[in-house]
Design a binder for this molecule. Structure first.
Ligand SMILES: O=P(O)(O)OC[C@@H](O)[C@@H](O)c1c[nH]c2ccccc12
Length: 230
């Protein structure tokens, strides 16, 4: 297992969780003909503090993809998948994850709380994704979690256009006690990304936007330039 996911994110000059996702929800290839190794290299060269790996089948992912990325980098890794069991959390750790996705919308509150406890016992950071205030209210041990607002609608397998849920949900996300509120999904424009950080998100999770960018470094430079100078 590699490093502390949340600490790496909040300390980063570019607080971007860069995501390895092989295909979008419509089956379109996302790596643009590059290998997984090249994709990880591009992210590392752009200063990624941590990397998300989509192992979900809807997106062409597999468990092997996570081990492959873990073999290529020492950065902390998030396993992005609809995880529902303790066994899957244990397996995620074996495969090299430092953080695991827990989706509040899919898990009854006591199950979410139990999986949060189990992840923390295993030394994994729970990356809890919420889509509304009800989800946020169900977050357990929020101060030990990364809490992410999912900008997309999982109920439709992400096929709907992204709604900018972000800033309106920030107070509910902060109320969980997390030190690390994240905006996840549907972020393609560097200026909009900078606006989310300026609005108070400690990190952003970006898959498609960076995978489709002709140059990750150019995208990130535009992001840096658009941020409010502290
Ligand atoms: O490619 P995007 O629009 O930047 O989205 C990334 C991420 O949010 C998406 O991959 C995702 C959101 N929820 C998930 C659950 C499982 C797997 C993947 C996901």
């Amino acid at each position: 297992m590699n490093g502390d996911f949340a600490r790496a994110l909040v300390r980063a000059a570019r607080p971007l969780i860069m995501e390895v996702k092989l295909r979008d929800a419509d089956g379109r290839e996302l790596l643009g003909g590059r290998s997984v190794a090249e994709t990880v290299e591009r992210f590392e060269a752009a200063g990624a503090p941590c990397i998300s790996v989509v192992t979900g089948r809807w997106f062409g992912g597999t468990e092997e993809l996570l081990s492959e990325v873990a073999a290529r980098t020492d950065l902390p890794l998030l396993r992005k998948d609809f995880l529902i069991s303790r066994r899957q959390l244990e397996r995620s750790r074996e495969l090299g994850a430092s953080a695991v996705l827990l989706t509040a919308k899919l898990l009854p509150a006591p199950v979410l709380a139990g999986l949060t406890d189990h992840a923390l016992d295993l030394g994994l950071t729970p990356f809890v994704e919420v889509a509304d205030e009800t989800d946020a209210a169900a977050v357990a041990r929020g101060s030990d979690c990364v809490v992410a607002v999912n900008n997309k609608d999982i109920a439709t397998r992400e096929r709907l256009p992204a709604e900018p849920r972000g800033p309106a949900l920030l107070p509910a996300v902060r109320a969980t006690g997390t030190r690390c509120p994240v905006s996840a999904g549907g972020i393609t424009d560097p200026e909009a990304a900078a606006g989310l950080v300026d609005a108070g998100f400690a990190g952003l999770l970006i898959g498609t936007g960076l995978l489709r960018a002709p140059s990750v470094e150019a995208w990130c430079s535009a992001f840096d330039a658009a941020r409010r100078v502290p």
